[in-house]
Design a protein around this ligand. Structure first.
Ligand SMILES: [Zn+2]
Length: 147
């Protein structure tokens, strides 16, 4: 094993690096020199369900977090961003090695192992540790929302 990189960390980092939702400020129709075919692009029904600049219309309270990534209002940096989740045990190398090993033997073991772990939620923006989801269903909030 040489320098194993936690795969989940990389994937999630890219996955949540989302571009801003498309909301052109000059969406109004401007007749000057516009090709009639261009009118097709004008959609009267714009997705108004998501109007928060982050793209996440509703933030989840930290104490209501589940195991998976969830959009929250980060109390540290104030940005609404999808959380990054990692298993509680900091040393993921052994975990992944064990998971991969078991994967070849017993298909159900990895799922069981991962489902028994606690998960830490980190802010997707500033990386602050926000809360820990325990497999007992309890959520430990590390950052209290102020203001
Ligand atoms: Zn943050």
């Amino acid at each position: 094993m040489t320098a194993p990189v936690p795969l989940s960390e990389q994937q999630q980092h890219h996955e949540y690096f989302q571009p801003q939702p498309v909301a052109p400020p000059n969406a109004h129709f401007q007749p000057s020199g516009m090709d009639p075919k261009g009118m097709v692009a004008l959609q009267p029904y714009i997705h108004t369900a998501v109007d928060h600049p982050s793209g996440y219309n509703a933030a989840t309270p930290l104490h209501a977090l589940q195991r998976g990534p969830t959009p929250v209002d980060c109390p540290t940096c104030g940005v609404r961003e999808m959380t990054r989740t990692e298993p509680e045990s900091g040393n993921t190398t052994h975990g992944w090695a064990a998971l991969i090993c078991c994967c070849f033997c017993l298909g159900c073991i990895p799922y069981m192992m991962s489902s028994l772990k606690d998960y830490n939620h980190y802010c997707g923006q500033c990386g602050a540790m926000l809360a820990t989801w325990h497999n007992s269903g309890r959520v430990e909030v590390h950052q209290n929302v102020r203001r």
